[in-house]
Write a protein that binds this ligand. Structure first.
Ligand SMILES: NC(=O)c1ccc[n+]([C@@H]2O[C@H](COP(=O)([O-])OP(=O)(O)OC[C@H]3O[C@@H](n4cnc5c(N)ncnc54)[C@H](O)[C@@H]3O)[C@@H](O)[C@H]2O)c1
Ligand SMILES: O=C(O)[C@H](O)COP(=O)(O)O
Length: 630
């Protein structure tokens, strides 16, 4: 492949003055990323006539000019922006939330506490809401996301379990889901222990019989806990706290959790065993796994057949992990001696539920998280997460988006901008009618590839490629989903280079394969449209177009020209633009061979008129050019 040289030629004073666009991208420039929401999917096929696809090109002898339309390419910071100085976001709270959390929310937005809404009323209200906060009682279904019509940006689950939120639909609609995963852990664990002990000693049954005027000391003889084996099913936050407390009560504790590290369990004297081993050796089984397709009805006739006769079961996880009819059968047969249940498949369960009415079953109405302390904690945790998300920050408790720690985020900030701009540029270089099927991103970095989290960058490249040519809004939540849906395959390669390890990334190269380009010089030796960028002093720069090295900061708009390398070119083009009062912000020329082909990259603050672009195209030495909007 021919090598090229770079000669930065003209840097007008405007680049050195501190206009907002020439500042290094900051964390705030990333904030809008999560604000955008998805909309109608359209094909990725490029069309000359798409209104968002603004570019002009003159190619070789034909020098046809495609008309520039007026709609803005970038949707970031558009009408969906939430800025407390403009409009306050509306936050719907559909279930009771602790006062401290409500206070935090009220300081940020308009809070509508409407409890016990029917699904229909929720769907009506949601269209005007930016955020929705729920507990386990509200079903956030696909219809809710559809009814939101793209307005809903975040769903906050004030608690752990997100089985009442349709995550797939949330992701498709670009709606972030956050939860409050830790504030109610102890409350749930304490409730599990309360149920374990009260079940073993028939506290609820004895209480009910005394209130009915009876004194039945022989009927309510219980069983002891000390020395008994407790199987903790799911060794996560709640499960491990239950295990700790049960050890304190003198119980032998075993656990089954396919994903929990065994050394964490071993550290507190808990053995990790298989599912069958756990349920067949335990005297008590306490459930602490999430409800997922894999755990749904995992306690069924088959598993009850394997349990030790007389086992006692506690469930403060989710009702759906037990086949409730099978549990009734196991209780009736005596295989299961007792059950203590805080959660049910249907909540509230039907009044005539055999399970609830069973005399050897102790029930509570989903009270696991219901302590004053936990509710205040959860309310604050979710309010902070929702406000953060509405401000556009990446949430630490995001359920359907990658969590990017704040320090990584601020380090990646300028690269995030570079990634999106490369995407935007590359797609504008594609000839109308071509369909983009695959993009390859090559990150060069001095760091170990494992230390480079590129999810955010990939999402921004996707955003840059898709948004200019479709009506889709892309954010971190739906970027991968949208790319897949549009048939765009994005592959990534990390190349270790000898550069400063201080910088997370040395360069980002974007290649679009199997497409024609309206600017032939952007096609590399390998036949792909290929552009490359670097961050210099915090500013994203375009450093390569096809086989040509250039160096132009990626701000404002860009004109790329291929011309015969000869004196006077810069002056000619500069004059044409100057006559139209178009300010040139940066210029760079790259060439492969002296006095042959050269590429001129010209950054312009204003959008040149069609007339001036036409004049540029008429300069005899210019063989092709393209006007690109960032
Ligand atoms: N009753 C309540 O009010 C209440 C309160 C808090 C939490 N919960 C429920 O308790 C459960 C646990 O909450 P958490 O905060 O500990 O969650 P967590 O995510 O910290 O822990 C869940 C654990 O379950 C494990 N797991 C997943 N699939 C499993 C399987 N097939 N078998 C065994 N283990 C499996 C996971 O690896 C994880 O370690 C959730 O269902 C949550 O909704 C209920
Ligand atoms: O998953 C949870 O956090 C608990 O089930 C608590 O649910 P709740 O907020 O409806 O009490």
């Amino acid at each position: 492949m021919a090598s090229s040289t770079t000669k930065p030629i003209f840097t007008p004073p405007s680049t050195t003055t501190s206009s907002s666009s020439s500042q290094p991208p900051t964390r705030s420039s990333l904030l809008s990323f999560l604000r955008n929401t998805a909309s109608t999917p359209i094909s990725l096929k490029l069309s000359h006539s798409h209104p968002s696809f603004r570019s002009l090109s003159i190619k070789n002898a034909t020098k046809t000019i495609e008309s520039a339309e007026t709609s803005p390419v970038s949707k970031v910071g558009g009408k969906d922006t939430i800025n407390s100085q403009e409009t306050k976001p509306t936050i719907l709270v559909s279930e009771k939330l602790g006062e401290a959390g409500l206070e935090l929310l009220r300081n940020f937005g308009d809070v509508d506490c409407s409890y016990d809404l029917s699904q229909e009323d929720l769907c009506k209200k949601i269209a005007s809401c930016d955020a929705l906060i729920v507990r386990s009682g509200t079903k956030v279904t696909r219809q809710v996301f559809e009814a939101a019509k793209g307005k809903l940006k975040v769903v906050g689950r004030a608690g752990v379990g997100i089985d009442n939120v349709d995550l797939q639909a949330a992701t498709e609609f670009g709606c972030l889901v956050v939860n409050a995963p830790s504030a109610n852990t102890v409350a749930a664990a304490e409730h599990g222990i309360a149920l374990l002990a009260s079940m073993a000693r028939n506290v609820a049954q004895a209480d009910a019989s005394m209130k009915a005027g009876q004194w039945q000391r022989n009927k309510h003889v219980g069983v002891s806990l000390v020395g008994k084996t407790l199987a903790v099913m799911g060794f996560g936050k709640v499960g491990s706290e239950v295990a700790r407390r049960a050890k304190g009560l003198g119980m032998e504790v075993i656990t089954h959790d396919p994903y929990a590290p065994a050394d964490r369990a071993r550290a507190i004297g808990v053995e990790v065993v298989s599912f069958d081993q756990a349920i067949s050796t335990a005297d008590f089984i306490s459930l602490h796994m999430p409800l997922t397709p894999a755990t749904k009805k995992v306690f069924n006739d088959d598993s009850f057949a394997k349990v030790k006769k007389g086992v006692r079961i506690i469930n403060v996880a989710r009702g759906g992990v037990i086949d409730e009819d099978a549990l009734v059968r196991a209780l009736d047969s005596g295989k299961v001696a007792q059950a203590a249940l805080d959660v049910f498949t249907e909540e509230p369960p039907p009044k005539d539920s055999k399970l609830v009415q069973h005399e050897r079953v102790t029930v509570t109405p989903h009270l696991g998280a219901s302590t004053k302390e936990a509710q205040e904690g959860v309310a604050i945790e979710i309010a902070e997460a929702v406000v953060g998300a509405l401000k556009g920050e990446l949430a630490a408790t995001a359920v359907n988006a990658p969590m990017v720690p704040a320090e990584i985020l601020s380090e990646l900030a300028p690269y995030v901008v570079l990634a999106e701009r490369l995407g935007r540029l590359a797609v504008q270089l594609v000839a109308g009618g071509s369909g983009i099927k695959s993009a390859k991103v090559v990150y060069k970095s001095a760091r170990d590839p494992d230390d480079l989290d590129t999810r955010l960058l990939r999402a921004m490249i996707t955003k840059g490629i898709i948004e200019p040519i479709s009506d889709s809004f892309i954010n971190l939540v739906n970027a991968d989903f949208t790319a897949k849906k549009k048939g765009l395959r994005i592959s990534e390669e990390r190349v270790v280079v000898d550069a400063s390890p201080e910088l997370p990334i040395f360069s980002i190269q974007l290649q679009l394969s199997t497409v024609d380009s309206k600017f032939g010089s952007a096609v590399s030796g390998g036949g792909d449209i290929s552009i490359k960028g670097e961050v210099k002093n915090g500013i994203p720069h375009l450093t390569r177009v096809g086989s040509f090295s250039v160096d132009v900061s990626l701000e404002g708009n860009l004109i790329l020209c291929r011309q015969v390398d000869q004196p006077g070119m810069i002056g000619q083009v500069g004059n044409i633009l100057g006559e139209q009062n178009v300010n040139v912000s940066f210029m760079s020329v790259g060439r492969t061979v002296r006095r042959r082909n050269a590429i001129m990259a010209i950054g312009v603050d204003e959008e040149p008129s069609l007339e001036s672009l036409k004049k540029i195209g008429e300069v005899p030495a210019i063989e092709e050019f393209v006007f690109l909007k960032l």
